[in-house]
Each structure stands twice: as C-alpha cells, then as structure tokens.
Design a protein around this ligand. Sequence first.
Ligand code: FAQ
Length: 346
Amino acid sequence: MSTSTDERADEARLEQLLEEQFEAVVARHERIEPRDWMPEGYRRTLVRQIAQHAHSEIIGMQPEGRWLTRAPSLRRKAVLLAKVQDEAGHGLYLYSACETLGVSRAELTEMLIDGRQKYSSIFNYPTLSYADVGTIGWLVDGAAICNQVPLCRTSYGPYGRAMIRVCKEESFHQRQGYELLMTMMAGTDEQRAMVQESVDRFWWPALMMFGPPDDASPNTARSLAWGIKRNTNDELRQKFVDMTVPQAERLGVTLPDPDLRWDEERGAHDFGQPDWDELTRVISGAGPCNAERIAHRRRAHEDGAWVREAASAFARATKEPGRDRAQVEQASGSSLRDPEGRVETP
Ligand code: FAQ
C-alpha cells in the first residue's frame, strides 16, 4: 500500500471510531458538546432546527407586540412588555446555541430574511383582538411548552441547557395568557364572545405548530435516532390536546372540533385533523402574514445596521495594541464615565 492509501485507511478508521463514540454517547442519553466530533448531518439538522426555533422567538414578538400600545391597563401593558422581551431573550440564547455549531448570528439572520430558513407557521396569523394576546399565551405558549420540555433532554448540550430556562419562562407566559382569558370570561358577554372567536381562530393553527403528521414528517426518524427530538410530532400534539381540553372546560370556551371526545380505551382524546394543505401553504410563504412579518424583520435589521457597525468598530479599536476600553471611549468621546470610573447619568 502507498503512503496516501495508508493515510486514507487511517482516516477512515479514525472516523469510524469517532462515529462509534458519538453513537455511544447518544445511546447513553448523555450530551454532545460543541467541541465533540459529530456527524455532518447531525450538525446540519441542529442548525436547521435551532435556527428555526430562534427565528420563531424573534418573529413571534410581532403578533403580540402590536398590542403593546393598546393594552387596556398599565398592569396589562407591563406584563405584555415583559413577555415580549422574554421572547427576544429566548431568540438570543438560541442564536448563541446555534453559533456553537459554526454559523454566525449574522448569517442566520440573512437566511431568515431571504427565506432560506423557516420560522413557526403560527406567527403568520394575524392578532385581530386583544383576546388574541391571552389565546397566544394559553395555546401558543402551551404548545411551545409541550414541545420544548422534552427538548431539555435533547442530545446537544447548548440547546438542552437553553431550553431549561426558556421552558421556565414559557410556563409563566402560558399562565399569564390563561389568567387574561379567565378575567375576560368573567366579564361581559361581549368579552366572552371575543375570547371564543379568538380560540376559534387559533385552535387549528396551534395544532399545526407540532409539524406534519408522523407519516409525512421527513425529519422525525433521523432526529429521534440522534436524540435531537425526544418525541414524534403526533405524540406531542396528543399530549397538548389532552392537557388543553380540561383547561378549556374550566375556562368555559368550546374548542372548535366536532370530533373531539375522550376515548376511554386509549385513555386519551380523539380529535380531528387540521387542514394540512393550509400548513404547507403557510410554511411555503403563502400564509396571511408571511410577507408582512419578513418585511418588518428586514426593516428592523436594516435600521439596526449602524448599531452593529458601531459595536464592531468599538470592538476592533479596543483590540488595537496599547489601547484599552477606557482609552477608546475617551478618544471617541463616548465615555459616560467620570474620571473615577463612575457611570455618569446623561
Ligand atoms: N412551522 O420533518 P418535520 C415559540 C417544517 S414556539 C414551520 O416534522 P422537524 C414560543 C420543518 O422545519 C415555536 N415549519 O420537521 C413563542 C421541515 O422543513 P425543512 C417554535 C414547520 O424539524 C410563543 C418540514 O416542515 N418552536 O416560538 C412546522 O423534525 C409565543 C417537515 O417537518 C420550535 O421551533 C411549523 N409548525 O419537526 C414565541 C421547536 N412544522 O426544514 C413567541 C423546535 C414543520 O426540512 C410567542 N422545533 N415544519 O425544510 C421542533 O421541535 C421541530 O423542528 C418541529 C418540526 C416539531 C417544529
């Protein structure tokens, strides 16, 4: 054998060894960390899913955000503001988790804006009444919790750890939505009608959040084998329905599904199927608000360009030999610190 053939054989043996090691870690339900070897398909699947998840959190600020200026009281406004800001934080943890896989946040944002990466279908529906703020908290954050609690045990360390904090906050979001709807249901007939109308619009899109049915889900089998997903789309959809039906009864709203009933034998609810063609349309860009959501995101990205440029210039300047942060701040006149280093109030 020539040297190069030897080298190729060595590389193949090494690759096989690394792959066996990776499979063993996944089989023991332990974590894969950023510096560990991983198959390229595993890395690509994670980038796809985590990026899509991050984009959903960021785009997901828009439907509720438009109600910030019209919240009916200071208390409601403060709660909604905190909730929308939490979503921004979730996006940032997730972009950071994705960056550990070798792709930058700038690249991810470009891929979202030019349509190469997706975000959750649910955020392409409009928020037409204030009750939608409650319904999003109850149903959309409720669905997000069902999907994300198992992801705390996902095989990729940075993603699983981000999910732990995200789930705690989503849990608060779900309760604030339910509490808002409870308050409205205890109000006037008009308010009760608003809640029912909102639930009628969001029920089916919420079920679609879990993705296509298992027999039409191209990624599930591979993602389960790699421990990225811990449950199938249909398993999580079922869990969501079983969790939500008693909550709807307590609330006093009717879920808009004539086929919804308890199946004694299965110990679970039977329910109707969403319009899967609608999901396909929304995912492929033809939902009611797709164009508006991306246009808004693109505008925000362009408007923020000067901040990114200033931050990069500052970071570059502080790395120049012999210059520290204080000197750069002083030279650029940007310092808000007094000579003793205390922050000045402008
Ligand atoms: N929307 O083979 P599968 C939140 C795509 S929570 C858009 O089953 P997979 C919190 C899928 O990407 C919402 N696209 O795919 C919040 C794939 O396309 P691709 C975000 C969808 O990945 C609340 C194709 O269809 N949560 O934001 C959807 O195994 C309130 C085939 O599907 C997450 O992202 C959909 N609904 O399973 C924020 C959770 N469903 O890329 C603000 C993490 C499927 O091959 C306010 N993600 N697709 O071209 C997941 O668990 C999975 O990615 C699934 C999809 C379950 C979403």
